[in-house]
Design a protein around this ligand. Structure first.
Ligand code: UDP
Length: 332
């Protein structure tokens, strides 16, 4: 299939481009490079066409879809930081919601009817039941989660009224790196737990601050469901192959295993051989105590089973990437 990937130079985008390409799809990237890395896309695809453009540029998107005879779109391009979204809700609405509306309009004009879109566990807010199934009500508690829920609602309308076929993949905590160390996580600034822990092991930071040890969890620190980026990429491949015009799919993508912040730090000490000093700090605003996926629907609907998402596989692959690329893609 000819596939346009928005946000193709980002973390999950680049890993997915690599798998789609290796599986025989013709991949084209679309990215404004505000947060992604040209090098990531180039490594992922062996140098296929990357169009530098913004989601809000509907005309450029439409022309790309038409000229490249695109059959399906995989849509990653979005901002994804809860804290930033709380400070700048309008920026999140504009980029994530209006950007997706612009893409949808371009697709409509170009008669492209198949879409896989990144969504998030943040749409559920603080769910009352655990693990979280797709039946949990949407109740986002921050502008990031709200923006992704708005996008899902928009797509549902396009599905019902315009024949769009889409899959909304609701990620839990994406983590890890390509096992060969070619692709990995490179956010600036970095706010995610695992890269920060590994930066301590590399000597780039003095210590990890643990945001809260008084949560109602077994060790008092927040519990998350970490899912390997290669498993997420695999779900996109399976979703592309499952899409049908006029039908929608919503699935959770998580390992189904909860891991606390302290467990991450302890296992990272084991993997890196570094003492990784930790200090307790106050809670971070907006952090739910516990998020664990019920991933049974993804298994049934997509035939997806996580294969790389053990804690050891996540931390070993991430550590390999960070050792090989202590400054991310910058020095390459
Ligand atoms: N966290 C932490 N110290 C850090 C970064 C994150 O204790 O320096 C915690 C954070 O409060 C959350 C968990 O690690 O409970 C995962 O945070 P991350 O930002 O990686 O992902 P999120 O769950 O926010 O999407």
């Amino acid at each position: 299939m000819k596939i346009l990937v928005t946000g193709a130079a980002g973390y999950i985008g680049s890993h997915t481009c690599r798998l789609l390409t290796d599986s025989g799809h013709q991949v084209y990237g679309y990215d404004n490079l505000s947060r992604g890395h040209r090098e990531a896309f180039s490594r992922a695809t062996g140098g296929r066409l990357l169009i530098e453009g913004d989601l809000l540029d509907t005309l450029q998107l439409k022309e790309a879809l038409q000229q490249l005879e695109i059959e399906a779109v995989v849509h990653f391009a979005a901002f994804g930081l809860v804290g930033e979204s709380v400070k700048n809700p309008e920026m999140y609405h504009r980029n994530n919601v209006e950007g997706s509306a612009s893409l949808l309009h371009a697709m409509h004009e170009a008669s492209v009817r198949l879409l896989v879109v990144s969504s998030t566990t943040a749409i559920y807010g603080e769910p009352k039941t655990m693990p979280i199934s797709e039946n949990s009500p949407a109740a986002p508690i921050n502008p990031y989660g709200q923006s992704k829920w708005d996008v899902e609602c928009l797509l549902q309308q396009a599905c019902e009224h315009n024949g769009l076929g889409f899959a909304a993949l609701r990620y839990f905590n994406a983590a890890g790196a390509a096992p060969d160390g070619m692709l990995g996580e490179d956010h600036r600034p970095e706010t995610h737990l695992i890269p920060i822990v590994l930066q301590v092991a590399l000597g780039q930071r003095d210590r990890i601050q643990i945001f809260g040890d008084d949560y109602p969890t077994p060790d008092g620190t927040c519990v998350r469901d970490y899912v390997h980026v290669n498993d997420l990429a695999d779900a996109h491949l399976k979703a592309v192959n499952t899409l049908t015009p006029g039908e929608s799919i919503q699935v959770n993508l998580g390992s189904g295993i909860g891991t606390s912040v302290l467990e991450i730090v302890k296992h990272a000490r084991h993997v890196t051989g570094h003492p990784i000093p930790a200090e307790m700090a106050g809670r971070r605003c907006g952090d739910p105590p516990l998020l664990i996926a019920d991933n049974s629907k993804a298994q049934t609907v997509l035939g997806w089973t996580p294969k790389y998402s053990s804690l050891d596989s996540i931390l070993t692959s991430a550590w390999r990437w960070h050792q090989k690329h202590p400054h991310g893609y910058q020095a390459t």
